[in-house]
Structure formats: structure tokens, C-alpha cells
Design a protein around this ligand. Structure first.
Ligand SMILES: *Cc1c(COP(=O)(O)O)cnc(C)c1O
Length: 328
């Protein structure tokens, strides 16, 4: 890459996309700027816009609901189950005439129960955009997360399981979506040897070649990273097993998790226990983390529709993420 000097446009993007699509098992992968941009482009390609509603969980990184909001649509927050993923049995009640899509988030690498989501989506004619930003290497019934719905989005930001120094990707099996997404990600420029013209207002979201080169190198490391992550989880499992006041979230029998983060749920303790535990461990340089502030409590999403969020609210004060680096 450094020898040919094609930092922005060059062969590594196509190479990365090809390897990546092969790993995930989709016909197309499209390299992009970031996971957030991937989500925006996915929703835009599926026709989500002003006034539409998209069903999604409240316990996520800002990018999932952020992408919905950036297009003028509204997230509709649906509660989670005890695996901290969106509860598919609660989705039907949240559907209104404005509902156009579902955006599940495979939280911390644990696969969402996609079979139920798919049957609801087909019954109500909704599209599914999976936020698989945290779940590269996670499978449900041996099928990679992000490949169940119309579109799956991934992130290669620095905190993710592999990084391109900032970047993202879209997975899809549909020719028309892949073509449209490529087009929209490159300012909707009409391909031509010299004429410079555009047929829509597009985005500048393509992955630069230098980042794709990093991605190719990272894909080679990936099996080792996953192995380390899964071994770390087994160690946590062994060490934490006998402790009555916590529960470690582990993969369900039909799924394989990348264990991007190892998560414990504190048992019947006071809400202040979570804070005390995190504080005490930080003093010992063990960097435990709570979850993100729930999205429905942020000022820009406070008035969005939501179901009762009892489990998400309850778990908010019980969740602790453990140090989960592949090099721990
Ligand atoms: C990381 C992440 C994204 C995308 O993040 P970028 O930093 O824009 O690549 C989206 N959703 C979730 C749940 C994430 O964790």
C-alpha cells in the first residue's frame, strides 16, 4: 500500500470488501467511513425518511438511534430481555402505521433472536437494518450477524474488535441495494471517463484505501483475536461462577458470541452498589464500565415513542462491563 501510494482510491478497498463479504457470507460488502455513516446510508437506501418510525432498543451507542434521527425519522424504543438485547415478543405492540423498519443491535457481541424479528418484519412489511457494529465474528445458527435483514452495518472504529483506524461497512445480498449504496456513498457521481456529473444529493462516505489496507491486515489477525476474546470469557466464567450476587452474560446455545465485551449483571443489590463497585475497581486500576446512558433519556430522544422500558431501566443500574481486551 505504502509503495504504490494510492492512499484514497486504490485496489485495497475492493480486496478488503471481497475478503470481508466472504468471511460474513454475503454477496456484497461495501467499505465506508464509519459505522454511523453505514447506518445512515442503510436507512436512506431503504427509503427511511421524515416522519417514519424505526423500532430499536434504548440501550445502545448513540449511533443506532442517531442515524434514525439524522434522516428525520423517529426511533421507537422497545424494551430488552434478560440478555440485554431487544425483546422480539414486545415489538408487535410498538408497530404503528408509521413504522417502516426494525433496527436490532447485537449488543456487546451477543446475537439478537433474529428468527422472530424476521417473521414480524415479513408479516408487517418492515425492513430490517441490523446494527452489527459490535458483533463481527458473532453467529446465530452458524449464520453471521448482520446477514439476516436487508442490510447489516459494521464498525471498524478503534474500540471495536478489528479496526481500520476508523471505518465501517455495509453487508447485503441485494444487487440493487449494493449498487445504490455505492452510488450514494460516492456523492452519487455518474460513472464516466471524464464527465463530472451527479444524479442525486449523495454523501462522501467511502472508505479510503489506506484504511482498507489496515483492514486487510486486521482480517489476518482476526481468528487470533476471537480466540483470545473467547478464552478470556471462559476464564471469567470459571472465576465468577460461584459468586451468588452476579450473573455473567454468556452466549445462548444457538449462538456464538465474539465476546466483544464481557458483561455481568449484579444480583439483588442496591442501585448504588454498581457505582461503588466501579469506583473501587477504578482505584485498583481495573477499569469496569457501566452501560451508555439510555438513549430515551437523552434530550433529543426524550419525546420519542417508547414501550414500557422496565427491564432496560432495571438493568441500567445492574450492568457492569468487565475489561475485555483480546490482549488482557
Ligand atoms: C461502534 C458502534 C457504532 C458505530 O460507530 P462508529 O464509531 O461510527 O464506527 C454503531 N452502533 C453501535 C452499537 C456501536 O457500538
Amino acid at each position: 500500500m505504502l509503495s504504490h501510494g494510492q492512499f484514497v482510491f486504490g485496489p485495497e478497498v475492493a480486496e478488503f470488501e471481497k475478503e470481508f463479504a466472504a468471511f460474513c457470507g454475503t454477496r456484497f460488502a461495501i467499505g465506508l467511513n464509519s459505522g454511523l455513516d453505514a447506518l445512515v446510508l442503510a436507512l436512506r437506501a431503504l427509503g427511511i425518511g421524515h416522519g417514519d418510525e424505526v423500532i430499536t432498543p434504548p440501550n445502545s451507542y448513540i449511533a443506532s438511534s442517531g442515524a434514525i434521527g439524522l434522516l428525520g425519522a423517529s426511533p421507537v424504543f422497545v424494551d430488552v430481555g434478560d440478555d440485554y438485547n431487544i425483546d422480539p415478543t414486545l415489538i408487535e405492540n410498538a408497530i404503528t402505521p408509521k413504522t417502516k423498519a426494525i433496527m436490532p443491535v447485537h449488543i456487546y457481541g451477543q446475537p439478537v433472536d433474529m428468527e422472530k424479528l424476521l417473521s414480524i418484519a415479513s408479516e408487517y412489511k418492515l425492513t430490517i437494518t441490523e446494527d452489527a457494529s459490535e458483533s463481527l465474528g458473532s453467529f446465530l445458527n452458524y449464520k453471521h450477524t448482520g446477514t439476516f435483514g436487508e442490510i447489516g452495518c459494521l464498525s471498524f472504529n478503534g474500540n471495536k474488535i478489528i479496526t481500520t483506524g476508523g471505518g465501517g461497512a455495509i453487508l447485503t445480498n441485494a444487487d440493487t441495494l449494493a449498487e445504490q449504496i455505492r452510488h450514494m456513498s460516492t456523492t452519487a457521481k455518474i460513472a464516466h471517463p471524464w464527465e463530472l456529473s451527479h444524479d442525486e444529493i449523495g454523501y462522501n462516505y467511502r472508505m479510503p484505501n489506506i484504511n482498507a489496507a489496515l483492514g486487510c491486515a486486521q482480517l489476518e489477525l482476526f481468528p487470533k483475536l476471537i480466540e483470545n476474546k473467547r478464552n478470556l470469557h471462559m476464564k471469567y466464567k470459571k472465576e465468577l461462577e460461584g459468586i451468588p450476587w452476579l450473573r455473567l452474560i454468556s452466549e445462548k446455545k444457538e449462538s456464538i458470541s465474539n465476546y466483544w465485551l464481557n458483561t455481568i449483571i449484579l444480583g439483588n443489590n442496591e442501585d448504588s452498589f454498581q457505582k461503588k463497585l466501579i469506583e473501587t475497581c477504578h482505584k485498583e486500576k481495573i477499569f469496569l464500565r457501566p452501560s451508555w446512558k439510555p438513549l430515551h433519556l437523552l434530550p433529543m430522544f426524550q419525546s420519542c415513542p417508547k414501550s414500557e422500558l422496565n427491564t432496560a431501566s432495571f438493568l441500567q443500574n445492574k450492568i457492569v462491563n468487565l475489561p475485555s481486551s483480546a490482549f488482557l
